[in-house]
Design a protein around this ligand. Structure first.
Ligand code: UDX
Length: 441
């Protein structure tokens, strides 16, 4: 009989995982402790912007016209326990308030609720990003008849569906052959086809995730450090990235200099990793991550300074600043630790009149930064602006007509915080175009 799957937590990770499991043919039950989320999902709506996810969900969620009906949602732990052979725990692990460490309370409360209801023989699979050592500890919370595995997830927001259905690797940490066999069964579907399958122990599986994110963060801060040197020496970081990227050992990806990384993962993961290494007495091994973090945070301040300089008189007071982008990256409405909003907020605090526009992140941005100004389009944000900051590289911004924007801006100065606009096009339309880490024309 086919395995029955439950997914605990329905954020980016859980909602996508649940829909993907249904797509693969499994009967799936999703649980969240927030009833309003469950209501939305059960009605075939996704509580965040993630390309392709709503379509995938609707194909399977019970009650939707023409759906397979394989995917249902609940808030009942008893129902989850009685239903599932394999339970995927996908709740979030944010940064603790005022500390580097990760807040394990959602994971812990999920395990505390799940442990009393799981059936004998079932497998609980942690997917959340947790400090190394958590799996070993949480395994002891489960009753004797149930077992734990750890199966980190590497999906990127904006590509969640694609990354979940076609992962570039599947990593599982297991303590028994039976757990491995069950997970191989889950992934012996088109999802696992062609994906390398790495089987290891709990701590290694946990570390794979945090070390992968640390490596990615390091790559971005490395190129941003090179951008700082280029700015000092008059070099061009985009050319430099292109040239070093031809070396396959370095690779072209994740070398786009700009205002740095943000979001719900990289910043908090490197901090939690440092905190955990400290607890383990291995803090020296990760002191470089402190530098990675500070290079990253410095870029935001440098963008603010670049804007101040572009205004000419050293002050933002009474000046109008258009900010294109609020989400931490394009194709997402996620504004958690968004570099764009951080820059916008700093300028606002220094007296600038900031107007933000983002294709999808407006509602979340308004909730988080209610005192900033907002416009319904890029054109409206730019109207009357003394300087335009391009801070999230949406395709929509690359397609803007610089001549049309130039006609409504007070001054034609654009600062590209993502090195993503076509400089020649903007310059041809009479704009002063400047990008981080590149020489001024
Ligand atoms: C990341 C990891 O990529 C993913 O594998 C993991 O599961 C979760 O964390 P995500 O946070 O969705 O995914 O975004 P990612 O695409 O990694 O981008 C993170 C940040 O880095 C964004 O703010 C992005 O703008 C920035 N970035 C990325 C750069 O500044 N330069 C680059 O070259 C690449």
């Amino acid at each position: 009989m086919a395995l029955k799957i439950t997914v605990i937590g329905t954020g980016y990770l859980g909602a996508t995982h649940a829909a993907a499991m249904a797509e693969l043919g499994f009967e799936v039950l999703g649980l969240d402790v927030a009833p309003e989320k469950i209501e939305m999902l059960a009605a075939g709506r996704v509580p965040m912007y993630e390309p392709g996810l709503e379509e995938l969900l609707r194909r399977h969620v019970a009650g939707q016209d023409g759906s397979t009906g394989r995917l249902r949602f609940t808030t009942s732990w008893e129902e989850v326990g009685a239903f599932g052979d394999v339970h995927f725990v996908c709740v979030n692990t944010p940064q603790k308030h005022g500390e580097y460490a990760c807040d394990m309370s959602y994971v812990e409360s999920a395990f505390a609720s799940l442990a009393p209801v799981v059936r004998d023989g079932s497998l609980v699979v942690g997917k959340s990003t947790v400090p190394v050592g958590s799996a070993q500890r949480l395994a002891e919370w489960l009753p004797e008849g149930a077992e734990l595995a750890w199966n980190p997830e590497f999906l990127r927001e904006g590509f969640a569906v694609q990354d979940t259905l076609h992962p570039d690797r599947i990593v599982i940490g297991v303590a028994s052959e039976r757990a491995e066999k069950l997970l191989r069964e889950v992934y012996a579907t088109p999802l696992g086809e062609g994906s390398p399958f790495v089987v290891t122990d709990f701590p290694t599986a946990e570390l794979v995730k945090t070390s992968a994110n640390s490596f990615l963060a390091t790559k971005i801060s490395f190129i941003n450090a090179m951008a700082e040197v280029c700015e000092a020496a008059g070099g061009d970081v985009a050319k430099l990235a292109e040239a070093i990227g031809h070396d396959e050992r370095i690779g072209k990806k994740f070398l786009r200099a700009g205002i740095g990384f943000g979001g719900g993962c990289l910043p908090k993961d490197i901090r939690a990793f440092m905190a955990r290494a400290g607890e383990l007495g291995a803090d020296q091994a990760l002191t470089f991550l402190r530098e990675i973090d500070s290079i990253n945070m410095r870029r935001r301040g440098q963008m603010v300074e670049m804007a101040r300089e572009a205004l000419g008189d050293g002050s933002f007071l009474g000046r109008r600043v258009a900010v294109l982008g609020a989400a931490f990256k394009p194709d997402s409405d996620d504004v958690r630790d968004s570099p764009a909003l951080n820059v916008a907020g700093q300028i606002h605090l220094q007296g600038g009149q900031v107007t933000v526009y983002d294709p999808k992140g407006m509602d979340n941005a308004r909730r988080l930064f209610p005192t900033l100004g907002y416009a319904d389009s890029a054109l409206e944000a730019v109207r009357g602006a003394d300087v335009v900051l391009h801070l999230t590289e949406w395709a929509e911004f690359r397609e803007l007509d610089p001549a049309e924007l130039g006609a409504v801006a007070t001054r034609r100065v654009v600062l590209d915080g993502r090195n993503a606009l076509d400089a020649a096009r903007w310059r041809e339309a009479g704009w002063t175009y400047r990008a981080m880490g590149r020489p001024h024309a």
